[in-house]
Design a protein around this ligand. Sequence first.
Ligand code: PGA
Length: 269
Amino acid sequence: MKTPPSRTLFLSGMDVKVYPDPEAASIAAALLIEQIVVDARAKRGKAVLGLATGSTPKRVYAHLVERHRTGALSFRDVSTYNLDEYYPIAANDPRSYHSYMYEHFFRHVDLASNRAHVLDGTITESLTEAHAALFERSIEADGGLDAQLLGIGRNGHIGFNEPCDLTPERAITLGTRLVELHPTTRADAVAEFGGMDRVIPRALTLGIATILAARSIIMLATGAHKAEAVAAALLGPVTAQVPASLLTYAAPRTTWLVDHAAARAIAQA
Ligand code: PGA
């Protein structure tokens, strides 16, 4: 059931809607995605979604699947592009984001399998650059992303764009590429992989430039463990050390949906 935000803030030029709990924030994200699909379909006859993985968006997929099950929402004319994938990893590895998407979304809806794009964790390393470029060209050829769903890492990462020393001006030009995971990201993946030394240390990720080019960006952050990163991104300096702070470059097109716990450190703002 839809719950209105208990508070709407305006920080760094972005709307930040605060919901009482993760469920309410997730329903808001699903409804926003549905509206974007409906609008894009009306305008262009199709919709193109950038999707995210991790624990945060699971509820969003559950709601979208439910809308599909009741006949309220079809994905027949929708294309999807995922944010990232571990590297190297086989698509059918249960820890891959291919598997995640199949389990939580793809297998439950009427999305055509040739329109569901996930970066290929099996590509030969020397071909990853070409693969990333092709992924970006496919997004462009599809007319660009109508929406990009995002989560935030505890270190402020978006996708697997990790904190780095680049200037903000340079960081926002980063394209889709093979990257090394940050120690915090690896630590957060320990449960999934069953030990720090078993976490796959690299990944393919959509670039910051690619994310910022989306016509609409939906950042979903829930839980007290995200409060510090949310505050750093929204109240701190715009810096590549906190990649989510770079969303301010797409401020008018970006909406933050956060729950009370994740909003704790911005609540006084
Ligand atoms: P999480 O990851 O949803 O599993 O917390 C979010 C992210 O790292 O982007």
